[in-house]
Design a protein around this ligand. Structure first.
Ligand SMILES: Nc1ncnc2c1ncn2[C@@H]1O[C@H](COP(=O)(O)OP(=O)(O)OP(=O)(O)O)[C@@H](O)[C@H]1O
Length: 645
């Protein structure tokens, strides 16, 4: 029963989406649907009258009033049958407009799920990510848009069926209701069955199918092509793909056959009822209570009641579409977004991008108090009761072993995750709750994005409102040590940084890092008061990284800066070095602050930092390099990083 009310709920949602996407065109199409249905029903009636008038016309001969009636009905039927395709054509044109706007609306709704919540925790929730991926895949399938276009055809068919129902009811109302009801029953059972299949495809198998697709993409894409050949992985991947796909589809196949019984039952009911109704009509016709004209009309009308039944591909496409939109709306409500956006796309107040506000660019203070955080997929906290105050204008290096939580700390600082306990403040603002505060922090992460967009955007994205100010961008690129890059790319700021585009170009790892650094520096002009580099310099050699960090500290003097690196020599010139990791406190499992001070202070203290710094310097010296560089880029990060005190 729930399944049948669910179908009604889905159609109601579909109607709301159409209305929100294109209200005017939807009304126009509804009008055309009614006109089309009226024309077809009139065609049936006119044909019936035409056949009914023929015997009298034959008897009375040409030129008689009876023959005149035949001509009249012939003209009426012809007009109806000629008009119907014209109306349908018009309706198809309008349907295209509605579909285009509908797609725009729904794609916007999907984008909201990804971007509207500022934090990124929801995108890392495997269950939610699996569903979102399933919705995106469903929307890319051609049936999604054809489901929208079919809406009007299906509606027209149903309304035409209504006309036929009225015609049959003029002969025998209960027979009409019985016949139509048997088709309705079949349609309901069919839609529920097909809806379950599509839900299974989306929900039950979302993650498994995602895995199968991932393996398929590995086999066919460029990124894994080298390893795939070198390690001879092809056969293994084919096997993995087929088993993952089969496992994913088993649920669907099982449900498909198990749920067939109600459909067979509904088919049997429909056949028996229709046989009975036709028998009744035959009895009335032979008894003379139904004229020849009425018989012709009623037979056509009874056959046309099929319009209330399952409507093939169109109905399947619509079921698939509504299954995906229902899941999408479920995701939106789960994230606290309105189920359907309050405005049509492009309408005033609709989802036009809001201009980002330029804010102060003075250095900001950072204050973390007793911050505890654990990832939803983990039981233990990653950061526990960590307190850190960074006064405005100070440069701080955050160092620690692999997995100590350095990046997590930075993500908390940007508000990408809200802490479980404690407070994080940038000046007085909470970055997880306040957009203006978030705009005060500019970060370049280890895995920064290489945008396949012009150089201008790659740098300018950091600068918010000053995105198009070439002087700002040029200054940022210069400060990042990337001025020569501008001379090397053929179309200057407009060069697309991807070889996949005509006249575009790719960059080396080091060049990309300078572009990313320039993006962070451009953010100062856009209002950032805290600059963070979370190891975006891994592709640079040790000297280049040290030089770049020194330069960064120089050009950002007076700004609040945080530097994260494994190479202790690279960050030695920061005002202050904070070592994070597991603490000696047995009541804590998460990361806390282990050491805190300037390079000189920590070296003098002779703790973990001093030991690891000396070790790195010694290794580097042993490798024959300049000792003053003081770090070993050849050692693994675990070896070179700061150990627990
Ligand atoms: N999205 C996530 N979901 C679950 N656990 C995570 C997630 N991101 C990081 N972790 C875990 O949290 C811990 C801290 O990770 P984090 O990336 O902050 O460390 P890090 O100090 O920056 O490491 P590295 O020096 O290797 O970059 C690690 O144990 C890591 O496996």
């Amino acid at each position: 029963m729930h399944r049948y009310t669910e179908t009604t709920r889905r159609y109601a949602l579909h109607a709301r989406l159409l209305w929100r996407a294109a209200p005017g065109h939807s009304v126009l199409n509804l009008f055309l649907v009614l006109a089309s249905a009226g024309t077809v029903t009139f065609g049936i009636v006119a044909t019936g009258h035409l056949v009914g008038a023929l015997p009298a016309a034959v008897r009375a001969g040409a030129g008689s009033p009876a023959a005149g009636r035949v001509w009249w009905w012939l003209a009426a039927a012809a007009a109806a049958y000629a008009l119907a395709p014209l109306i349908n054509a018009g309706q198809n044109v309008v349907a295209q407009v509605v579909s285009a706007r509908y797609l725009r609306l729904v794609f916007g709704m999907v984008a909201d799920v990804g971007t509207a919540p500022y934090g990124i925790g929801h995108l890392e929730d495997p269950e939610l990510a699996g569903r979102l991926d399933a919705v995106k895949r469903a929307m890319r399938d051609w049936t999604f848009v054809s489901g929208v276009e079919w809406t009007w055809g299906l509606l027209a068919t149903r309304v035409t069926g209504l006309g036929s129902l009225i015609l049959v009811a003029t002969w025998n109302w209960w027979a009409a209701l019985l016949a139509a009801g048997s088709y309705v029953l079949l349609a309901k059972v069919f839609v529920a069955w097909i809806g379950t299949i599509f839900d299974d495809l989306l929900e039950v198998t979302g993650n498994q199918r995602r895995q199968a697709s991932y393996v398929r993409d590995l086999m066919t894409g460029a990124p894994a092509a080298k390893e795939l050949r070198l390690f001879g992985m092809a056969d293994w991947l084919v096997h993995r793909y087929t088993t993952a796909w089969r496992d994913a589809m088993t649920v669907v196949w099982r449900n498909r056959y198990h749920n067939l019984r109600p459909i067979l039952g509904a088919c049997a009911v429909m056949l028996v009822v229709n046989a009975g109704v036709f028998a009744l009509l035959a009895r009335d016709a032979s008894a003379g209570t139904v004229s020849l004209a009425s018989l012709v009309t009623l037979v056509q009308a009874l056959l046309a009641l099929e319009a209330f039944g399952p409507l093939g591909d169109g109905q399947s496409a619509l079921a698939r579409n509504t299954s995906a939109t229902t899941m999408l709306v479920g995701l939106r409500t789960r994230l606290g977004l309105p189920d359907v956006p309050p405005h049509s796309p492009g309408a005033p107040g609709g989802n036009e991008p809001e201009p980002l506000q330029s804010t102060r660019s003075a250095a900001a203070a950072i204050d973390l108090r007793e911050v505890t955080f654990h990832y939803p997929t983990r039981d233990e906290p990653t950061v526990e009761r960590l307190s850190l105050h960074v006064p405005a204008g100070q440069s701080v290096a955050i160092v620690g072993i692999n997995g100590a939580g350095k990046s997590t700390l930075i993500k908390l600082l940007c508000g990408l995750y809200p802490p479980d306990a404690g407070t994080i403040r940038i000046d007085d603002g909470d970055p997880s709750a306040d957009e203006a505060t978030r705009n005060r922090v500019a970060v370049i992460f280890q895995d920064f994005v290489r945008y396949h967009l012009p150089l201008r955007d790659n740098v300018g994205f950091g600068a918010h409102t000053r995105h198009d100010d070439e002087a700002v961008l040029a200054r940022a690129l210069e400060d990042a040590g990337g001025t020569s890059l501008l001379d090397r790319v053929e179309h200057g700021w407009d060069t697309v940084l991807s070889a996949e585009y005509a006249e575009g170009t790719d960059l080396s790892g080091g060049q990309w890092q300078r572009v990313a650094l320039a993006r962070a520096l451009a953010a100062v002009a856009g209002g950032a008061g805290v600059l963070v580099l979370d190891e975006p310099t891994a592709a640079l050699d040790v000297r280049a990284e040290a030089a770049l960090f020194d330069r960064f500290l120089e050009v950002t003097r007076g700004m609040t800066t945080l530097l994260v690196s494994h190479r202790l020599s690279s960050v030695r010139h920061a005002d202050r070095i904070v070592v994070i990791g597991p603490t000696d406190d047995p009541t804590r499992t998460g990361t806390g602050i282990v050491e805190d001070g300037s390079h000189e202070e920590l070296m003098a203290a002779g703790g973990a930092y001093a030991r690891m710094f000396s070790l790195q310097a010694a290794r580097f010296a042993a490798a024959g390099a300049d000792e003053t560089a003081g770090a070993d880029e050849t050692a693994g990060p675990d070896e070179t990083a700061v150990e627990r005190r």
